[in-house]
Design a binder for this molecule. Sequence first.
Ligand code: ZN
Length: 177
Amino acid sequence: MKYCSNCAGPLSVAVPDDDNLPRHICDGCGTIHYLNPKIVTGCLPVYEDKVLLCKRAIEPRLGYWTLPAGYMENAESTTEGALRETREEANAEVTISHLYTLTSIVHVNQVQMLYLAELDKPEFSASSESLEVRLFREDEIPWDELAFTTIRNALQFYFEDRQKGTFPLREVILRGN
Ligand code: ZN
């Protein structure tokens, strides 16, 4: 961040009074610009004994498989965001069960929330964000071609929990690759 989004003036980095971390502060209007983690929200869509994955059509990790997820937008809830991302990336409608993985990705300042969800019908298709969308049985999961650690974790949790028939919230903290 170099310029103020309020007055376009130059910014300095300093610890404000009553604070304990350095912030971007506008030299002109005095606005303090706080940088905080972004939220990524998405789904782990299940249909019968299969899981829906999308092959990424965009960087980063183009060509790798992922679950439908993306940055939350302003004026939506985390579940609304998860449903929207599933529509955008997989052209699929799902019914959300519950929050399943909550991951603090500390080194990239992100929080990722994945909801366990049921695919309403076996209807889905590729999109501008996905080269291919398909259902995978456990023995078909492309473990070496998954886009992100969080996706790998969620799938491992899911297949582990499915054996026990219970899917508790999994909280994970990642601090590096
Ligand atoms: Zn300013």
